[in-house]
Design a protein around this ligand. Structure first.
Ligand code: SF4
Ligand code: SF4
Length: 224
């Protein structure tokens, strides 16, 4: 009998507590800032894709949930800055455990995770998200891929081979400052080409030579 009244006591006290039931899906609560949701393949501001098809995300994935096939950009069809782009990109959300290792591995910050968590489906096929499903929307004023190299150059972009690399190349190509040049000429007593003894044919380390003709794609050889 005492237990009976104890039970009613619990019910009665609960009636005056604040209701914690969430009205999902009518009312969605914001996620935590670092929540790992559905992936996004990001773009540059001009619409080019950040993914370079390197497959590092696929290698990093412990659940083998990512499939990537890279391909070469061409002069007339450029999808990303640089040489390669992700031609095929798929994430299998039946395998993904949302650990985020793939986004850590991505060298271009192409792959990031959104806050979207509504990923259920009654079809196995629908849970394999393809590249067009994962691509971020085009930024305002951007053009969908592919672009041509001429368009990119006309926009004044310096993707090729990238701003940092271009800066480094410019520094490398610049002549040494006069003081350094003078020091070098004083410190080195390198023989001039005319005073250098001629190398016997076929000897020494020589230079790499590309095979010609039909064998042009084969590996070259160092002279013996
Ligand atoms: S979040 Fe983790 S499990 Fe999911 S695709 Fe990325 S690496 Fe794989
Ligand atoms: S998403 Fe990133 S890591 Fe994955 S293939 Fe593209 S560039 Fe490489």
């Amino acid at each position: 009998m005492i237990d009976f009244f104890k039970g009613f006591g619990v019910t009665f006290s609960t009636m005056f507590k604040k209701v914690v039931t969430e009205q999902y899906p009518e009312e969605k609560k914001p996620t935590e800032p670092r929540f790992h949701g559905r992936h996004v393949l990001n773009r540059h501001p001009d619409g080019l894709e950040k993914c370079i098809g390197c497959e590092l995300c696929a290698w990093a994935c412990p659940a083998d949930a990512i499939y990537v096939e890279g391909a070469d950009n061409t002069e007339g069809e450029r999808f990303s800055p640089g040489e390669r782009y992700g031609r095929v990109y798929q994430i299998n959300y039946l395998r993904c455990i949302f650990c985020g290792l793939c986004i850590e591995a991505c060298p271009t910050r192409s792959l990031t995770m959104s806050h979207e968590y509504e990923l259920s489906s009654d079809s196995r096929e629908a849970m394999i998200f393809t590249k067009d499903m994962l691509m971020a929307p085009l930024p305002d004023g951007a053009k969908p891929t592919p672009h041509t190299d001429a368009e990119v150059v006309a926009r004044g972009l310096t993707y090729y081979p990238g701003p940092a690399a271009q800066k480094a190349a410019a520094t490398k190509a610049a002549p040494p400052p006069p003081a350094a040049a003078t020091w070098r000429s004083r410190s080195r007593s390198a023989p001039t080409p005319s005073s250098r003894p001629a190398k016997p044919a076929g000897s020494g380390t020589g230079t790499w030579s590309r095979p010609s003709g039909s064998d042009a794609t084969a590996r070259g050889s160092w002279p013996a």
